[in-house]
Ligand binder design. Sequence first.
Ligand SMILES: *[C@@H]1O[C@H](CO)[C@@H](O)[C@H](O)[C@H]1NC(C)=O
Length: 228
Amino acid sequence: MAPNPLHTNTNHEKEHWMKMFLPILFLCSVFFSSSYAAVQDFCVADLSAPFGPAGYSCKKPATVTVNDFVFSGLGASGNTSNLIKAAVTPAFDAQFPGVNGLGVSLARIDLAKGGVIPMHTHPGASEVLIVIEGSICAGFIDSANKVYFRSLAKGDIMVFPQGLLHFQVNAGKSPALAFASFSSANPGLQILDFALFANNLPSELIEKTTFLDDAQVKKLKKVLGGTG
Ligand SMILES: *[C@@H]1O[C@H](CO)[C@@H](O)[C@H](O)[C@H]1NC(C)=O
């Protein structure tokens, strides 16, 4: 039986297209699946360059030293002589250039007796807290307003999902120490009370948008340095 020339042609064409497209598909999949880290070992922050959504620009690799990957600033306790009786010492990209682009960072949290890290959120990172000394009551509120909080003892860790409001309070009678790690070199920070009462947004608008009364708003503005 004579072969069908049309059939042969179609097969031939198919093969031709496959041969042309497979390498292209393969290249595309390599480009789309390769991560930043696969192209470059690290991107130590050039702190003199502008900061953008992806972090800092990279220092020239020739100028990078081990000192860029070591930070000694978390060894000393922070100064807790302040309104919140607490201190957060960051080791983010601005302080610790080696973490730039790596999606990790750390902070030290000192809480004097009665110390509080007020309700706040990190828009750019989830957080894991480990208690080293003392006892800390910590918690967060999810977007359905369900509350998760408890007292943490030495060695306990707690995770705070990215973007959710959370807090830490010294729950003991002695100073507390904790370290927090973040899933970003620059977690970002917005403190709820500071956003509401530490700026010049007119009190009338704060009262309208929070349903708080005038006296309460003015009192908190006075304490936190807000005006208007
Ligand atoms: C801690 O901060 C307070 C208030 O700003 C200041 O008076 C004090 O000197 C600081 N203490 C140290 C050890 O830096």
